[in-house]
Design a protein around this ligand. Sequence first.
Ligand SMILES: [Zn+2]
Length: 194
Amino acid sequence: MADIVNRVRRMRRQNRRWYEWGHRVMTLVGREDGGAYGGVPRPRDMWFRHENGRIRTTYNYDDVRAKNDGEWKIFDSQSDGFEVVIGYWPHPNDNGSISRSGLDGRAEQRLFLRWFVWDGLVKAEWLGLRRWLYYKALTSVVEQKVPFTCQATPTSGYSHWHCSLRRKHVGEHRFHNYTWANSGRVKFKPVRNA
Ligand SMILES: [Zn+2]
């Protein structure tokens, strides 16, 4: 609950125009990374180890650091959730990268299923809805379309640029410091400071 309150507070502080909804949505559904909310929603990394015939799990790196004897394994969600790396977490004396391994035994297989489906797909990604919202918002932020403007796009690349001059304006199109004619190349022409 405190998490939602923080997100709404931050959203209000951003003081965006109504059509800049992408920033708001990203603040609401983005993954929390060190106090910011801009991350792609994906499962949290989970460490686990075998102890007294059972599997002990944690999401807290402090637990790992407190007893790092090279026996911790990890389910590590990387590349914005497009890759999952499974392996042994490096011992402090090792070279610092995960040494990849398989899922050893039925207990680890069940644990992976629970982490991937329940912690990941259901809780962290809302069965895909959260990532869908996030990427919709990200696209909107990147494209920066301003309503009731020309919105023309340069023919030479930069398909996410949209002219922000009024509709049916005369002369070149403009996106921030760049201009272009209807069938011309993009030129750098800074907006003069008023
Ligand atoms: Zn234009």
